[in-house]
Write a protein that binds this ligand. Structure first.
Ligand code: SF4
Ligand code: SF4
Length: 335
């Protein structure tokens, strides 16, 4: 690990929130979480917007170009659309800006992000990130350098992406979609991004089969369960919060839990996925052909974990107990 990155990781572990960050955390994160915990997710809490029908890449696993796109709204068109939706849905908490490559039309996001408490931009990392410190970026990583460039059909993209997104000043998370082509590279990728970039965290999805696309990328349940188990071990032993998935989310993604989540997908029930023209898409951002029974998207599992009151109370109690025990041990060692 380079010394600079090592220092940065240590800094992150110790870092206390500044007063501005505390205020923002309270308003944008804690208050909404308490609200959702108390009353559940109102319809319209989550929006996803297909910002553009254009992309500068043509990845092997892309679901986007399987769907028919029929034009695009401009920034004013989107703003009007969102304001109309807000009349019926007061709690439009978060927006995920996707595409295509959403940064090809960043003016839309710049104009409309103010309508949400939380904004997430999913990008392929081929272009510099705008200096917006009020959004989260998810950069899509498709495995180690060889696997990524192969999947994206272009050499040099992996290094270019790392250069563009390794930013201390922004909230960037790497999101790796696990497929049969990159499943053996997970630990390489994790170590590489942990030791050579300034990313805050990394998370993992699995490829969701799409009707009409090859099934070859799906890794099967047995392997998926083994990967999830391994991710939990890596989180517990080395990477901690750098793996930005809670223990409960990981557990819900396993085969014995998955169907109870996807049969009642909260993203489908409580969210809206909007096409490039602002029309509501069936199911979710993956479109109507997504195979929900084998859904690998982390979102429904995360959302489900946020409404399981018994589990939340249990994990909070455990968390507090662990903190108190660690504190006690630390003090006992000092004296
Ligand atoms: S970068 Fe994303 S939108 Fe573009 S082709 Fe690849 S998967 Fe599709
Ligand atoms: S594919 Fe996944 S996220 Fe989409 S509607 Fe189905 S279960 Fe929900």
């Amino acid at each position: 690990m380079s010394n600079l990155v090592l220092d940065y990781r240590e800094e992150q572990k110790k870092k206390a929130l500044s007063p501005g960050e505390q205020k923002s955390f309270f308003k944008h994160h804690l208050l909404p979480q308490i609200f959702f915990f108390t009353v559940g997710f109102p319809k319209g809490s989550f929006i996803s917007v297909d910002v553009t029908d254009q992309c500068n890449l043509r990845c092997q696993h892309c679901y986007f170009f399987e769907q028919e796109q029929q034009g695009v709204l401009d920034a004013d068109g989107w703003e009007q659309k969102l304001l109309e939706m807000k009349k019926n849905h007061r709690m439009m908490y978060s927006c995920t800006w996707v595409g295509g490559e959403p940064l090809l039309r960043k003016g839309i996001i710049e104009q409309c992000k103010k309508h949400f408490l939380h904004n997430l931009i999913v990008t392929n990392g081929t272009m510099p990130l705008p200096d917006w410190d009020d959004v989260m970026y998810h950069v899509s990583v498709d495995g180690n350098e060889a696997a990524h460039d192969n999947m994206r059909r272009q050499r040099g993209l992996y290094q270019l992406m790392k250069k563009n997104v390794s930013r201390k000043d922004l909230h960037v998370t790497a999101a790796m979609c696990i497929t049969s082509l990159n499943v053996d590279t997970i630990e390489d990728v994790l170590e590489d991004w942990y030791t050579t970039t300034y990313l805050r965290s990394m998370m993992f999805d699995f490829y969701t089969p799409i009707e009409g696309l090859t099934d070859d990328l799906w890794i099967g349940w047995e392997k998926r369960d083994a990967v999830l188990q391994r991710l939990q071990e890596l989180k517990d032993t080395k990477y901690g919060e750098f793996i930005a998935m809670s223990e409960r989310t990981i557990e819900l993604m396993k085969s014995h839990n998955s169907k109870k989540v996807t049969d009642n997908c909260l993203f489908e029930k409580k969210g809206y996925s909007l096409t490039t023209t602002g029309q509501v898409k069936e199911k979710c951002m993956l479109g109507p052909k997504a195979d929900c029974d084998r859904c690998g998207c982390v979102v429904p599992y995360y959302l489900h974990s946020r409404v399981e009151k018994k589990e939340i109370v249990k994990s909070t109690v455990e968390h507090v107990r662990n903190r108190m025990r660690n504190r006690f041990l630390k003090e006992a060692n000092v004296s």
